[in-house]
Design a protein around this ligand. Structure first.
Ligand code: PEP
Ligand code: MN
Length: 370
């Protein structure tokens, strides 16, 4: 941080500023910056609010260097673990799959079995649905949570579901394994603080208009409450483009991963809003280093109660899962020391897939989902 001092403050005024900083336990050095006298702050003031410096008599401007989400930046653990599921840390990318909304018990139980059988390890499903129009289906509420719990018991899969208020956190607490904070609530700081006080992982989705900094500040709010189990989810941002529901910002994945160790997953369903784009963007997400995918799946996709245009079938999910396996193997070969990307395609794959050794060349086949 740099404090720019008022012009003509004089030596006495400058000493007063340093004395006030000293009283705050902050070390600063006087210096010159072109025509200005400045104080270069040497202490770590990342968590100190700006106003305590701007209100010091004689300070005209406070310049913060870098960003102030220290918990996000300094967090050392690169995985979020749920019993048997490991997200991040170089583990094989996971698949979170299920319906946009929980529509009924039978629907969910059948779908849970279906998505598990083709490689999903976490079940998703909205019980409290944030809908743009209040006249649309807003979820089965508490009944939906009970169905998620039953599906989880049946399959052994952890479940994730969205919460939008403190009351919903309480309602969902004993039914879900991961709290989802949806894109519309990424800026709801009271809600972020509230999930930060729980001991369950939080799947935090990027808001429609959030910069990467704003996204990470939101994660900082969660972590400030003591909950470090944050999974970041890129789900597309709103741009001028109308051919897709949102614009999937895949560059956010390597950027986020370069800034923080928190796992980063991608939701190609909400990002594109179109089922025929979900598979190719899933491939791209894995290729750029995502730790997992979140996908909306339905037994009768075009008849989903919500987000029907982006829902894919269980068969489509199976294709995406085999893409993921192949890409993961390929990336491991490419990233291995002394292996160039050029010969990666020719290299033999001898890694194991779920304990079964496989050997062969990378094969990506199949067509887009229609
Ligand atoms: C969802 O995943 O159910 C959802 C509503 O997504 P988003 O918050 O990204 O719009
Ligand atoms: Mn949806």
């Amino acid at each position: 941080m740099i404090l720019v001092l008022e012009k003509g403050l004089g030596q006495y005024g400058e000493r007063e500023v340093l004395a006030k900083l000293d009283a705050l336990g902050v070390i600063g050095q006087l210096g010159r910056l072109y025509t200005d006298t400045v104080v270069v702050i040497e202490s770590d003031v990342a968590t100190k609010p700006t106003h305590i410096f701007s209100q010091i008599e004689g300070v005209s401007k406070v310049l913060r260097i870098g960003q102030s989400y220290p918990k996000v930046l300094e967090h050392k653990e690169s995985t979020v673990k749920l019993e048997r599921v490991v997200i991040g840390g170089g583990a094989k990318p996971i698949i979170i799959a299920g319906p946009c909304s929980v529509e009924g018990l039978d629907q969910l139980l059948q779908l849970a079995d279906g998505v598990k059988s083709v490689g999903a390890s976490i079940l998703r499903g909205g019980a409290f649905k944030p809908r743009t129009s209040p006249y649309e289906f807003c979820g089965l509420q508490e009944a939906g949570l009970a169905y998620l719990k039953e599906a989880s018991r049946n399959t052994g899969m952890p479940v994730v579901s969205e919460v939008m208020s403190e009351k919903q956190i309480e309602a969902a607490h004993d039914y879900v394994d991961i709290f989802q904070i949806g894109a519309r609530n990424m800026y709801n700081y009271e809600l972020l603080k509230e999930v930060g006080r729980t001991n369950k992982p939080v799947l935090l989705k990027r808001a429609l208009s959030a910069t990467i900094d704003e996204f990470l500040y939101a994660a900082e709010y969660v972590m400030l409450g003591g909950n470090n189990q944050v999974i970041l989810c890129e789900r597309g941002i709103r741009t001028f483009e109308t051919k897709t529901r949102n614009t999937l910002d895949l560059s956010a994945v390597p950027i986020l991963k370069s800034l923080t160790k928190l796992p980063v997953i991608v939701d190609p369903s909400h990002a594109t809003g179109k089922r025929n784009l979900v598979r190719s963007m899933s491939r791209a997400a894995i290729a750029c280093g995502a730790d997992g995918l979140m996908l909306e799946v339905h037994q009768n996709p075009s008849k989903s109660i919500s987000d029907a245009e982006q829902a894919i079938s269980v068969e489509d999910l199976a294709l995406i899962n085999s893409d993921l396996e192949a890409l993961y193997q390929a990336l491991q070969i490419m990233d291995a020391p002394n292996t160039s990307a050029k010969n990666a395609g020719e290299a033999k794959i001898t890694e194991s897939v779920e304990g079964q050794p496989i050997e062969g060349q990378l094969v990506l086949s199949g067509s887009a989902i229609s």
